[in-house]
Design a protein around this ligand. Structure first.
Ligand SMILES: Cc1cc2nc3c(=O)[nH]c(=O)nc-3n(C[C@H](O)[C@H](O)[C@H](O)COP(=O)(O)O)c2cc1C
Length: 258
């Protein structure tokens, strides 16, 4: 067979493909643990950032050591061992009919446009130096204009005052709905009150609340030019702090009955 023969060309091309395939798949397999570790660090970073606790000078995993990760049954509002928080994926659970509920079954409107609501959630609890509850960080999500915005809402130990909010995944337009990532907008949330006389009052409005207007302590100004994203954030707060979200859990936690 001469070097220019079709057979030899095919053998060389096949050999090159085989070697490349082996190199690429070995790299993918070898790097998987590293990728998973990075995903874990990324989630932990977002959780700490939402609560305003991220200390850039310390490794995230070290800071996260003081965070208790617990699974909650959203139907009962109590801690559960039914799922493993380490491997739980709420998006997958929401697509699995045995791990989620339809909104018809829940008897409510799907205001956050979730499709289905998972039956379990993973929450994060932080204690202060005296071992008393200091902050609770809740996963929240809901549809904006283009995408499901996924994030965390942190509450102080009174389970009403907002400690912070942050979205780690969304597809809203940079400069418009994407301003949910703007630190100035997120700063507005801090110290807002979620509940007043047991009623959910935290809201995000279209536009800006005039100075001195009533309700300022529980109102976040909307994003200009991005009313649909703003409404999406308002709805996701209403849903996740409501009866079909974390309200039963927050009530139980307050009563010391989780
Ligand atoms: C290219 C493009 C991207 C947009 N992205 C967003 C967005 O991410 N979020 C949003 O609420 N509105 C977005 N809008 C604007 C909406 O279509 C709508 O006009 C707006 O939400 C109304 O808000 P306003 O009443 O504050 O002007 C976008 C519009 C265009 C043309």
């Amino acid at each position: 067979m001469s070097n220019e023969s079709v057979g030899k060309t095919l053998v060389v091309a096949f050999s090159v493909c085989l070697v490349c395939a082996i190199v690429v798949s070995s790299a993918a397999v070898a790097l998987r643990p590293l990728q998973n570790a990075n995903i874990e660090i990324d989630i932990q970073t977002n959780i700490l950032a939402a609560a305003g606790l991220l200390d850039e000078s310390m490794p995230v995993s070290e800071q996260f050591e003081s965070v208790q990760v617990r699974a909650v049954d959203l139907n009962t509002g109590r801690f559960t061992d039914a799922i493993d928080p380490a491997s739980y994926d709420y998006l997958k659970a929401a697509k699995n009919t045995s791990l989620s509920s339809s909104f018809a079954d829940l008897g409510t409107t799907d205001i956050a446009k979730l499709g289905r609501r998972e039956n379990y959630a993973v929450v994060y609890l932080l204690d202060d130096a005296q071992g008393q509850l200091d902050k609770v960080i809740l996963p929240v999500r809901g549809y904006g204009l283009w995408s499901t915005m996924q994030g965390f809402l942190a509450l102080e130990e009174d389970l009403s005052t907002v400690a912070g909010i942050g979205f780690f995944a969304h597809g809203e337009t940079p400069g418009l709905g994407g301003e949910i990532d703007n630190p100035n907008w997120k700063a507005q949330w801090i110290n807002k009150e979620a509940f007043e006389n047991e009623e959910l009052v935290l809201r995000v409005i279209k536009g800006v609340l005039p100075a001195g207007a009533p309700g300022a302590e529980s109102t976040v100004d909307g994003l200009s030019g991005a009313t649909l994203t703003t409404v999406g954030v308002d709805n996701l707060i209403k849903f996740w702090l409501g009866e079909d979200g974390f309200r039963p859990f927050l009530d139980n936690l307050k009563a010391g009955e989780v």
